[in-house]
Write a protein that binds this ligand. Structure first.
Ligand code: NAD
Length: 369
């Protein structure tokens, strides 16, 4: 492990101009087989994103897919064959509380539609297992608070699937900012969007999604503004526009612009939308210099530049990197550079609540995170 890490670190610092390296190549460099503890993961919700996580887990050393939770028996059958999962580690949404008696599962990764996260995370916590929950952690801050408390009471860890918190180019900008290389931060721009297709999908159904683009993709700009500026915002304003009220029903936002103010004087100007493709850009400016990422939050490779030059640290599959790091957080109590715990998810939910409130009232609202 350490030889692989050293190799990646050495390569990382030297490779500002190198193309991305495949994970398999990076893994192949490790000559000694890893013998230490492994985080044993069960996935809940076997949809599109769970597929990426399952594939990412295949290249992990310290995390392994060992269990499945799904309401669709045919998916359990095909996934358990593909990933070699024993029947005793497969559950459905009715019986998964029994996971508490399963000694072979450490953590459940909840990857279901947003509205289900709250109840499912609390059930997993009550079963005594650690939980990783996809973003957005819940529909609102009240739900998020209840999830944080349930996990605290059950003495299990709650992590949010913020994969960008482990991405090398993102972390390099955070390092530059912390080292003062950008000077006093004055401005952040976060643009997050894509054109959504099928109007019948859960992402466009208020009851399952909890909203629209803001819940799904705008959360990247919200979360990004916090880790790029490096402070918690103290006020918010927001404006909504809708070009297609047929597709985007009441309560499902198509486009929201929002602005955040930070205690150090920085402002963030952000856009969240379901009606523009290839909108994925972060731009940070301090009084000494700038750093930008474009694409900033896609599945990679992430690319960027600063006033000092190009940023192109090697691409590692985000889900592999995230799960390796989350294994270290859960197994070794490692502290990540940018937090990924339930409190972090809760802060984003408080901002989401305030953005929706600001859209309705047209007012500038104070935030107390
Ligand atoms: P998806 O529609 O592809 O999969 C959702 C899964 O949940 C399906 O397997 C579906 O069968 C299951 N499900 C269980 N109960 C359901 C119900 N009542 N209604 C509908 N589906 C139900 O969605 P996805 O893209 O995998 O998104 C799942 C979660 O992952 C969302 O919270 C989303 O925001 C998040 N996500 C995160 C990332 C990331 O990069 N971190 C990327 C995509 C999605």
């Amino acid at each position: 492990m350490s030889s692989r890490r050293n190799f990646l670190q050495t390569l990382g610092t030297a490779a500002l101009t190198l193309p991305s390296i495949p994970t398999a190549f990076a893994a192949a460099v490790n000559s000694e087989p890893y013998q230490g503890p492994v985080l044993r993961v069960a996935l809940m919700g076997l949809g599109g994103y769970a597929g990426l996580v399952a594939r990412g887990l295949e290249s992990c050393q310290r995390a392994k897919l060992v269990g499945l939770i799904s309401g669709t028996p045919s998916k359990i059958k095909s996934w358990s064959q593909k990933y070699n999962i024993p029947e005793k580690n497969c559950y459905n949404y009715e019986n998964f509380d029994a996971i508490k008696d399963n000694k072979d599962i450490d953590v459940v990764y909840v990857i279901t539609p947003n509205a289900l996260h709250h109840g499912q995370v609390i059930r997993v916590a009550k079963a005594g297992k650690h939980v990783i929950c996809e973003k957005p952690m819940a529909l609102n801050a009240r739900e998020g608070q209840e999830m944080v408390e349930a996990c605290r009471n059950a003495k299990v860890k709650l992590l949010v699937g913020y994969r960008m918190h482990f991405e090398a180019n993102t972390l390099e900008i955070v390092r530059m900012r912390q080292a003062g290389e950008l000077g006093q931060i004055r401005f952040f721009q976060g643009l997050s969007g894509f054109r959504i297709g099928d109007p019948g999908q859960w992402r466009l159904t208020k009851n399952l999604a909890g909203g629209g683009a803001l819940m799904d993709i705008g959360v990247y700009a919200i979360n990004g503004s916090r880790y790029m500026v490096g402070e918690e915002p103290v006020w918010v304003t927001a404006q909504e526009t809708k070009t297609d009220p047929q597709k985007f029903k009441p309560g499902v936002d198509e486009t929201i612009q929002f602005q955040l103010g930070f205690p150090g004087g920085a402002v963030a100007s952000c856009l969240s939308t379901y009606s523009m493709n290839n909108l994925d850009r972060f731009f940070l400016n301090g009084d000494k210099g700038f750093a930008e990422l474009q694409p900033a939050t896609g599945y990679g490779p992430i690319r960027g530049r600063t006033n000092k030059g190009e940023l192109a640290l090697p691409h590692v599959v985000h889900q592999t990197k995230q799960m390796e790091e989350m294994a270290a957080i859960i197994l070794d109590n490692k502290k990540p550079v940018i937090p990924v715990d339930g409190e972090e998810g809760l802060k984003d939910l408080k901002i989401i609540d305030a953005i929706y409130q600001a859209v309705k009232s047209g007012k500038k609202l104070s935030l107390n995170l």
